[in-house]
Ligand binder design. Sequence first.
Ligand code: ADP
Ligand code: MG
Length: 395
Amino acid sequence: MELRTLADVSLAGKRVLYRVGYDVPLRKNGRSLVVAEDTRIRETLPTLQKLREGGAAVVLLSWLGRPKGTVVEDLRMVPVAQRLARLGRFPVETAPDCIGRDVASRIAALKPGNVLMLENVRFHPEEDDHRPDFAQKLVAPCDLVVMDAFSQAHRDVASISGILRFRPAIAGLLLEREVRELSAVLERPARPLVAVIGGAKISTKLGLIAALLPKVDYLCLGGALANTILKAKGIAVGRSLVEEDMLETLRGVELTSPKLKIPVDVTVGGAKSADTPRRTVAVGNVLDDDLILDIGPDTVNLFSRVIEKAKTVIWNGPMGVYELAPFTAGTRGVARSIASSKAKAVAGGGETLDAIAALRFQKKFHFLSTGGGAMLEFLEGKKLPGIQPLVKTTR
Ligand code: ADP
Ligand code: MG
């Protein structure tokens, strides 16, 4: 998949609508709000530098949180602009809205290299309603769209797919790298290729599991979604988190594939809390009152044996309730074997990245995707509405 990129346009004197994925967590600091985690801001600095050096004025657009079509004071972009200004060491102005006459004249007055951050696009209900007239208003004051919001690229809304229709549009450096790295894993991986999938819900990841199974050499499944697989295989899982309505769907999946590695032992507790008494048992020995909260040590060994031999590893989803100290061992064990293997390792997902950061393993990974849902859909082979219009067509 080849995208139109910065190499395909001239920037001098242009007003660029730079669509970024600044959906970052905020926290209170005294009376004001500050950005709690700024990876998604840092990741845009290289593109911003290119745009400004090239002589473009930059108009930043993103959404933040879920204001649901109304103005929510605590979800204004101001703290994000402040953090960007500090990280980038350049002034970042903020606008009180993302459309309108005042905003248009502010944009018209920008000089090459200036940076203006528009207000949260989700303050307008037209965003999620995907109104083309709203998308048109967003791009009207600008000459060119640079799309870098990979983490939001799976959403078919005005500020993602809408804006790409009304102006020339290219991929920024971050989107370009996401597509290159994730495509490489799918299209020409060094083998063996091992996928490790965990997390909460099989319903959000079954598409990925089904798409990966024919491509990988091994697929290791842990986390709560493995509970649903165990139950579909007729193994008792007590009171564990299970998606009952997925059991029927799972009949269509090749659960007996020799590529599929599922837990052989689990750590159970009586409640999802740190002080619950816990036991590690073989999967056949889970009692009626037990909750499966982590994979067990034999499962960590089983997964580690295939990870050790891998040349490429894809990881998404924690192996257990890693937020609670007694149930981190599975996630930590798997993370450790990925980190110490020689494999080219790629990971993504909100909680997965959080777990990797807590272990300070970021440097051990070849690539950490900024996309959660977007990464899952991309790896599934879906065409993302925020990426597809940027693909070069050969004629
Ligand atoms: P990611 O954001 O990395 O894609 P998910 O959102 O799919 O991951 O899942 C992460 C969540 O799954 C974590 O909050 C974790 O507590 C939960 N989880 C993992 N294993 C279990 C389990 N056995 N029971 C309940 N929740 C689990
Ligand atoms: Mg998550």
